[in-house]
Ligand binder design. Sequence first.
Ligand code: AMP
Length: 131
Amino acid sequence: MGIFAKIAAGEIPSYKCAENDEFYAFLDINPLVKGHTLVIPRREVDYIFDMEDDELARFEVFAKKVAVAIKAAFPCVKVGQAVLGLEVPHAHIHLIPMQSEKDMNFANPKLGLPAEEMQEIADKIYQEFSK
Ligand code: AMP
């Protein structure tokens, strides 16, 4: 099993932001901004565009609900969405609260946030998602 599948299965710790039977959302460990979240399918698939249409549609609808929760927890202009997948071979959507387009630059230095703050951020998003 790959690292993200293990995270979704609870075998590797993560800062959980949202979940349902099929999908899981957690904080990116090297966030570009506070609230930078990854959304993944629980099942192992590398390339997002290898997903079947129905699954991809459900994935995007789940990501939308997570984005709404992020925006409520961390007021921003919009939540940006990006798919790279160059580092971890398990489909994932980056959701990033944006104040400007600069926040979507993956070449920016990453925030090094203490574990306590990461947990607070994840809890805030989880509470909004659960409303
Ligand atoms: P990419 O595959 O290019 O979209 O990049 C993978 C992303 O996953 C990067 O932003 C990493 O910071 C993030 N990442 C890698 N390992 C973990 C982990 N164990 N927990 C949370 N985020 C991770």
